[in-house]
Design a protein around this ligand. Structure first.
Ligand code: ACM
Ligand code: ZN
Length: 737
């Protein structure tokens, strides 16, 4: 093995000069012109605002920030003098903006002018201006420029599930702070679930006395809820940040916590306990019982009185129909209402709730299941099972918020390796950035019904506030640009260069985030002669340490200075370390040199829903061909449900005992010399199995069989020998014949 590294010292120049590169505003403004010079805040700078309560609040918010950044104690006043001050910040309402959230920001050497039609516009101008300051240092000068800016979409949302895990009110405020920094304007507060009811309802105290608490596996009570006073406080707080809170009260499903308090509203009568497991549960509100509707309407009345939002989320997702099929009352309801099946009963349920909510002057939004059995007349739809629900609703002229699992589910993994346990999926920062909320299936008229997009953060596997922040960031920053900025200005490289400053901003505000890893998100990279390995260093003051002996990098490992040139196989493990002691997860990449004999291995791909590995000899593959690395990504499965056979030869270097490890989600089998060595079949989550075999030097035929029924798909084959550590089968050990 030969490793050529250029180990010259590189010096970091810290510059206080302004250049276009220093302007790292996210989301990117619609029009931005940098001009020469800078505005200097000083003792005699005047802050002139329009009269009025809202402007006064905004003015104080602005001067607090300036005080924090410059140390200057300036006052916002509307008492203007005849003489124009030498140093002036003028903040004013102007009517000549078409978009309510638009603003203009002009910074000249003697005057900063901020104008907008509404407080929201002024607030967004501030967020932009704040980003012109260094995150860490005191600074009293900012670059001269001209900005005109307005959002592309009116719904720029993020959701938080406080039911699977409960988070304190202070954290909910911090979450709102983070959203507001990026000009997001909707907070979707998921308040009720099978595993916990989190909002005080005065008329039904048992909802929180009983429904807010579950027994954990040790029998301890876990839970919590927000009082209406606390909720009012959060609503006020959010209002100052121009964020509307959309409360979600789930019905008719995801309601075991409510039913544990009021079992008489179920079909069976119970009893129930607040759920401790994750999933979809069959006990739902009885749709045949008028008391159910009275109960939910009374709850919604309190919710509507509390929340100023003109839209209330009523859930509607994942409603098993099992109990309704067995329930006399539900069946009777179907008969009297002339409903042909239980989907129509669900539709009846939502229609009836909608009618009530509409009578209170509000609208409902629901998950895309509310399309089934017929959409309620005025309902909005939140498209989460992909985009098809959103497309269908927009074609029916219903407003839509896009939050497809593929791009907007922030409970999914952010990278393919070494991430904390998540629910599944793979939604990287780049993937979020690539999201386009308007599906190409819609014409211009239909596209008008897409209000915007939203991130959803479910917390089954997220127990701490630190972990919530980790899952939210940096992905939310990418989403903010998707929903705010001009589609045509999108540029990933430009975004990735601008986001660097934002990592420093998050650090300075004590907000946790996923620290980017130094290497590409790949298990194996193939090269032929030599390759240059350039480590990714997205955070200015971070350091990268790496190893080439398979051990975990620490701050005692090799420090990265220059790109490495490698000419032979090399396993690199690398980590980013921040000055505050935090570090990224490990990048583990096998660099494999391939020569002219390298010819890949065979695969056969079968679409279909299987419960175990099918008999491939009886099936015709959907497609077949060659792959060059042993992993599922190489196969580019188009569907969630599929099976695959991968076969060829492993080049065994020496006679030895080989211990293989096969892990998969769902099932898999390893065949060596045409005999099953490991049988890890069946529908299951990630599970590893192992077995050993003595192999002699030379080519050994192998086959891996695998299937995925639903959810995340995973397959990994590793081995160890008497003198080598456990490692994956690299591409240059594989042969097709
Ligand atoms: C959902 O993710 N069940 C809306
Ligand atoms: Zn029933």
């Amino acid at each position: 093995m030969k490793l050529k590294a250029f180990l010259f010292l590189s010096f970091l120049f810290i510059t206080t000069n302004y250049s276009k590169e220093n302007i790292s505003i996210i989301p990117k403004p619609l029009k931005l012109e940098i001009s020469s010079g800078e505005f200097v805040f000083n003792q005699s700078t005047k802050i002139w605002i329009d009269p009025g309560k809202e402007m006064e609040t905004l003015g104080n918010y602005f001067t607090d920030f300036i005080n924090h950044k410059t140390g200057l104690k300036l006052l916002a006043t509307w008492k203007m003098t005849q003489d124009i001050p030498k140093s002036l910040v003028r903040i004013e309402f102007k009517n000549d903006f078409k978009n309510d959230e638009a603003y203009s920001l002009s910074i000249k050497p003697n005057v900063i002018k901020i104008s907008a039609k509404t407080g929201a516009g002024i607030f967004y101008a501030f967020q932009t201006l704040f980003q012109l300051f260094s995150p860490n240092e005191r600074q009293n000068k900012i670059q001269c420029l001209n900005i005109y800016d307005e959002p592309r979409f009116q719904w720029r949302g993020a959701h938080l599930d406080v039911c699977r895990h409960f988070f304190p009110i202070e954290f909910v405020k911090k979450y709102i702070d983070i959203l507001s920094m990026y000009k997001m304007n909707r907070f979707h507060w998921h308040l009720t679930e099978d595993q916990g009811w989190r909002i005080e309802i005065k008329k039904y105290p048992k909802l929180t006395e009983i429904g807010a608490w579950r027994k954990d596996i040790n029998g301890n009570l876990y839970g919590g809820f927000y009082t209406q006073e606390q909720i009012k406080d959060v609503i006020e707080y959010a209002k100052k940040k121009y964020i509307t809170i959309i409360p979600e009260i789930e019905m008719p499903g995801h309601s075991v916590a409510a039913l544990s308090a009021y079992p008489e509203l179920s079909c069976s009568g119970g009893p129930f306990e607040v759920e401790t497991n994750w999933g979809i549960f069959k006990d739902v509100f009885c749709a045949g019982n008028d008391s159910t509707f009275n109960f939910l309407q009374n709850i919604l009345s309190e919710v509507i009185d509390l929340f100023p939002s003109d839209i209330i989320h009523i859930g509607g997702d994942e409603v098993p129909k099992d109990r309704w099929k067995e329930c006399l009352k539900c069946q009777l309801r179907m008969k009297t209402e002339n409903l042909k099946d239980e989907h129509e009963l669900q539709s009846y349920f939502i229609h009836r709730i909608e009618k009530f909510v509409n009578s209170k002057g509000k609208k409902i939004i629901g998950w895309d299941e509310i399309l089934e059995g017929g959409l309620a007349p005025n309902a909005l739809v939140m498209s989460w099972r992909g985009v098809s629900g959103g497309i269908a609703a927009a074609k029916e002229k219903h407003y839509v918020v896009m939050s497809p699992g593929t791009h907007c589910y922030f409970d999914h993994y952010q990278a393919l390796q070494n991430e904390p346990k998540a629910i599944g999926g793979y939604t990287s920062l780049e993937k979020v950035y690539s999201y386009e909320p308007i599906p190409s299936e819609l014409n211009d008229d239909e596209a008008k019904y897409i209000l915007g997009a939203q991130a959803n953060l479910w917390t089954e596997y997220i127990e701490t506030t630190d972990h919530v922040e980790y899952m939210l960031l940096p992905r939310l920053i990418a989403l903010s640009e998707v929903v705010w900025s001009d589609k045509n200005s999108k540029n990933l490289d430009d975004f990735l260069s601008r986001i660097k400053k934002h990592y420093d901003l998050l650090i300075s505000k004590n907000i946790n985030f996923r620290i980017p890893t130094p290497l590409q998100d790949e298990n194996e990279i193939l090269f032929s002669n030599e390759t240059k390995v350039v480590f990714n260093k997205p955070i200015e003051n971070s350091k990268i340490f790496f190893t080439i002996d398979g051990t975990e990098p620490t701050t005692n490992s090799i420090v990265y200075k220059e790109p490495l040139v490698i000419e032979n196989d090399l396993l690199i493990k690398a980590k980013t370390f921040l000055p505050n002691g935090k570090s990224s997860s490990v990048s583990t990449v096998q660099f494999s040199k391939i020569d002219s004999t390298f010819n890949g291995i065979f695969y056969k791909y079968f679409e279909g829903v299987f419960d175990s590995i099918p008999n491939f000899s009886n099936l015709k593959p959907t497609r077949e061909g060659k792959i060059y690395k042993l992993n599922l990504r190489e196969l580019k499965p188009e569907k969630e449900s599929f099976a695959v056979s991968i076969s060829g030869y492993i080049n065994i270097e020496k006679d030895d005992n080989y211990k293989f490890y096969l892990s998969s989600d769902d099932g898999s089998k390893l065949l060596i010399n045409n005999k099953i060595l490991i049988d890890n079949d069946g529908s299951h989550s990630l599970r590893e199995m192992t077995n050993s075999i003595f192999l002699t030097k030379g080519k050994v035929p192998f086959e891996i069989q695998y299937f995925n029924k639903w959810g995340s798909s995973n397959l990994k084959l590793e081995f160890e020998t008497s003198d080598s550590k456990r490692k994956s089968i690299s591409a240059n050990m594989l042969l097709s014949n």
